[in-house]
Design a protein around this ligand. Sequence first.
Ligand SMILES: [Zn+2]
Length: 243
Amino acid sequence: MKVDILAFGVHPDDVELGCSGTLIASVSKGKKVAVIDLTRGELGTRGSADTRKAEAANAAKVMGVHARENLEMADGFFQQDEVNLRKVIVAIRKYQPEIVLCNAPEDRHPDHGRSSKLVSDAAFFSGLVKIETSSNGVAQQAWRSKYVFHYIQDRYLKPDFVFDISDAFERKMKTVLCYTTQFNVAENDSEPQTYISNPDFMDVIRSRALMFGKRIGVRYAEGYITTKMIGITTFDAFIQQTT
Ligand SMILES: [Zn+2]
């Protein structure tokens, strides 16, 4: 199945926190979108791999994405080796996205930076015809996506561009809240509180989106980093829609 956008996250919930507004807005404009989680998030302090799996499936429905897969790498311990590079290459060649979204190059969680490099390197290698891969026994064609963009998640990084998610923001918050074991949990909950489980963390997500939106004169936005120069053929793309 070919998609327009393929969004990778190392943990189920990274995509929701970092770029779900973009995905929701894109789906509403008729774009095809798929999500790939690299790990099951099994090292998370709260919940389990099974609860995360159910939560991720619910969030995929709220986002309206066309597919979501999990590559089952080892949370915390995955490395950039041939096995894992090939897993990502197979996924990219399967979905043939024009745009790849992935974790921030550096972040509070060390997995995010490693995932960022793994996915962006695999996106390059996916275009090399001499790397042979197959999916369900069928040989795959090489595929080079046009852009790899890194979504800004926890640590503040200066974005190269921001994506207007004003109309998608409340649904973005719903996708985050699908992770009932992770976010917005009561203080007297039986499992330990974490950096992200306090209800105040929801205000942090909203504040970040407000701040990025303010920079372009809209209500909410998500921020991205690109290492590849963006080229245009018309200034229309830079003219804000102010409906
Ligand atoms: Zn994460």
